[in-house]
Design a protein around this ligand. Structure first.
Ligand SMILES: *[C@@H]1O[C@H](CO)[C@@H](O)[C@H](O)[C@H]1NC(C)=O
Ligand SMILES: *[C@@H]1O[C@H](CO)[C@@H](O)[C@H](O)[C@H]1NC(C)=O
Ligand SMILES: *[C@@H]1O[C@H](CO)[C@@H](O)[C@H](O)[C@H]1NC(C)=O
Ligand SMILES: *[C@@H]1O[C@H](CO)[C@@H](O)[C@H](O)[C@H]1NC(C)=O
Ligand SMILES: *[C@@H]1O[C@H](CO)[C@@H](O)[C@H](O)[C@H]1NC(C)=O
Ligand SMILES: CC(=O)N[C@H]1CO[C@H](CO)[C@@H](O)[C@@H]1O
Length: 341
């Protein structure tokens, strides 16, 4: 019913149709090749593909669509991954939400994982939100609980601003861009430099970064699968396009700050941060005095939550950038307790 309201709105009111403009495409349930668009990771649920036209080309977004594993509550949760992640990194969150009656949609964004890696694409948060809203429209899904992590949290912020009437609740998990990196002094580096940095990545470098930044120096064997999944895309069949897309995405995050819009979010919001999180785009190429100012999630969490009109803050004192991976049961409890309020 919620979707028919949305759809009739789309058809009846030109103004709303414009406000709701989104990708329009088709769904395929495969079967797909083992290596789908450069990722050979076996996803924990079946992969479907949304095909749509964007920027004069056919593109595919891969996604998982998980049914509730208990009595359905009629609601849909949409989970947006971060830069070094894919839909499956939400594994434990998906299990918990489906177990609480939610239908769960976990897409891979264009430029990541099992989705298209276009040679020529103008990445923007607005464009990725347009793609994702189109997938949901095509599935007949109106209102959602939107949960985004890291770059996916920044994207969720943009999504909530762009399609406010389709958001029931918003959960931001260690989102990047709680601060405007450029405003704080991060020097601009070119997309070419960003691509070169992507090309220098390998398993050991990814693991070392994740250990230091995501897991506060700790390592658990259960984290290794996510480094392997990511590294196999870096060295997979779409390596060249992937490096370019990821470089473009770094540029997008640097140059598309949403930090000045938090006051405009109308959705009921839960902001979850790990107080030890230090992630900041550009901190590794900024002068030390600039880098020292960046990525203080323990300060940024309270500051940003005070700007969002209807915000609840949850801080994990001992955790870093990925609480849904490092403390999955604590994380899902915080999310479900808030959703059930
Ligand atoms: C989406 O595309 C299909 C096929 O071209 C068309 O029939 C349908 O009207 C479009 N829907 C919207 C909402 O634009
Ligand atoms: C997802 O979680 C389940 C339950 O803990 C586990 O059995 C499975 O291996 C996990 N899958 C991935 C890809 O992590
Ligand atoms: C979506 O949810 C919001 C918040 O609960 C509500 O204001 C809005 O009317 C709903 N939209 C639709 C299309 O059901
Ligand atoms: C997946 O891709 C990576 C990178 O190309 C490769 O090293 C690995 O062997 C592949 N895995 C399988 C199971 O084919
Ligand atoms: C997770 O919850 C348990 C049980 O309440 C608690 O002992 C533990 O400190 C929590 N861990 C984190 C990282 O919050
Ligand atoms: C750009 C690209 O290679 N896209 C492919 C992604 O996977 C789908 C499904 O197999 C293919 O149809 C696309 O060609």
């Amino acid at each position: 019913m919620k979707f028919s309201t949305l759809a009739s709105g789309l058809l009846s009111a030109a103004g709303l149709a414009f406000a709701q403009e989104a990708a329009n495409g088709t769904i395929s349930k495969g079967p797909f090749p083992f290596d789908l668009n450069g990722s050979n990771f076996t996803y924990p649920w079946p992969v479907n593909v949304f095909t749509f036209t964007s920027q004069q080309q056919k593109l595919q977004m891969a996604y998982m669509d998980i049914k509730p594993t208990c009595a359905p509550n009629g609601e849909t949760a949409v989970l947006l991954h971060g830069k070094n992640f894919c839909g499956p990194t939400w594994n434990s969150t998906i299990i918990a939400l489906a177990g609480a009656g939610y239908r769960v949609i976990a897409p891979d964004q264009v430029g990541w994982c099992k989705s298209s890696k276009p040679d020529n694409y103008q990445f923007s948060l607005n464009q990725l939100a347009w793609n994702t809203r189109g997938l949901l429209n095509t599935l007949g899904i109106g209102n959602i609980t939107l949960i985004g992590h890291s770059v996916g949290g920044m994207l969720s912020t943009r999504f909530a601003l762009q399609y406010p009437s389709t958001i029931d609740r918003l959960v931001l998990v260690d989102p990047v861009g709680l601060e405007d990196y450029v405003e704080k002094g991060v020097p601009y580096v070119s997309v070419d430099d960003d691509i070169a940095a992507e090309a220098a990545q390998n398993f050991d470098a990814l693991k070392a970064y994740e250990q230091q930044i995501y897991y506060v120096g700790q390592w658990d064997d259960s984290y290794t699968i996510w480094v392997t999944m990511l590294n196999n895309v870096y060295f997979g069949s779409k390596r060249t396009q992937f490096l370019k897309n990821q470089g473009q995405i770094v540029d997008m995050v640097l140059t598309s700050s949403q930090a000045h819009y938090f006051g405009d979010i109308v959705s009921k919001t839960l902001l979850i941060v790990g107080d030890q999180d230090k992630v900041a785009i550009g901190s590794n190429w900024s002068p030390p005095e600039v880098a020292a100012k960046l990525g203080h999630f323990n300060v940024l969490g309270p500051q940003v939550c005070a700007e969002i009109p209807d915000c609840t803050l949850y801080q994990f004192p001992t955790l870093g950038h990925a609480p849904q991976i490092s403390a999955p049961s604590n994380f899902t409890k915080v999310v479900l307790d808030w959703l059930n309020e």
